[in-house]
Design a protein around this ligand. Sequence first.
Ligand SMILES: *Cc1c(COP(=O)(O)O)cnc(C)c1O
Length: 342
Amino acid sequence: MIDLRSDTVTKPTREMRQAAYEAEVGDDVYEEDPTVKRLEFTAAEMLGKEAALFVTSGTQGNQIAGLTHCNPGDEVLLEANSHIFLYEGASMSALAGVQPRTIEGIRGAMDPTDVRAAIRSDDIHFPETGLICVENTHNKAGGAVVPLENMQGIYEVAREQGIPVHLDGARLFNASVASGLSVQRFADQADTVQFCLSKGLGAPVGSVIAGSTDFIRKARKWRKRLGGGLRQVGMIAAPGLVALTEMVDRLAEDHDQAKILAEGLGNVKGIEIEGKVETNIILANVEGLNLSAEEFLVQLKQEEVLAVPFGAHTVRFVTNYDVSQGDIREVIERVHHIASRV
Ligand SMILES: *Cc1c(COP(=O)(O)O)cnc(C)c1O
């Protein structure tokens, strides 16, 4: 099987397994795990934030941000196709008691003018705007890099109005590698940041949230309330450190592979690539093959290739560390084979 469903399917490298084996540990609820501390310090430094916190998943990191920034009854501004809005089980509503308000973006980028217009004025009838969320790279937009200038525009509006900005940077390192801008440049345009260690960076578990010392102190309490206070967790923070120190630059390989795959798939009669491929995500429209995404995926699976549906006729492929250049050539060939049959 060639697995292009997500970059989350990567298995930990030998070095990560070794690091887990040898990790120096302690009870992290007592803040005594030196490996976790090292990971949090390293992440905070890379992002240019005062402090960071190791959390179980991206979803937990985003939820902790919502819980820490907002009060129940607040409104949160989100891009209409953002991961938090579409794919986190409405957990900000369920847990933080906030109301989402979506703004349609272009390739994941909300217009700062629209953000400004959506911010509530002081009126007894209105909720208070408690948080603005930005996503980079944007998953549903096909791994689009939200331009730094766009984030700057939104952050300017937010600061004017005294509203915090949270960056859902599950794949922030992809945005950095693709744009040539440091993760800090993007993180500078938000008060708090979440990024995933367990996606393209290849770690088995975990995400990090970062922000001010005061934010992280409150976030630590929310993490505990959510049952995310873990004990000798250096065992899984150690692979995360390997991910941060060894696996960032190689994301460029995933991006190169994605371009090769997109070009190959785009040459298959009946397949159109949707949008520009900037990072490791490819959206392929298979309508021209007279197949739904689901029907196409059944055939693809028969060819021993996995991807996921991302719309009625849209299929998402994600390149990752466990997929070789030879695999990519194979996938293109097998999709040609499917197209010749239908
Ligand atoms: C994957 C993802 C998340 C959630 O991360 P999990 O670790 O799967 O909970 C959040 N935001 C975006 C943009 C993602 O791609």
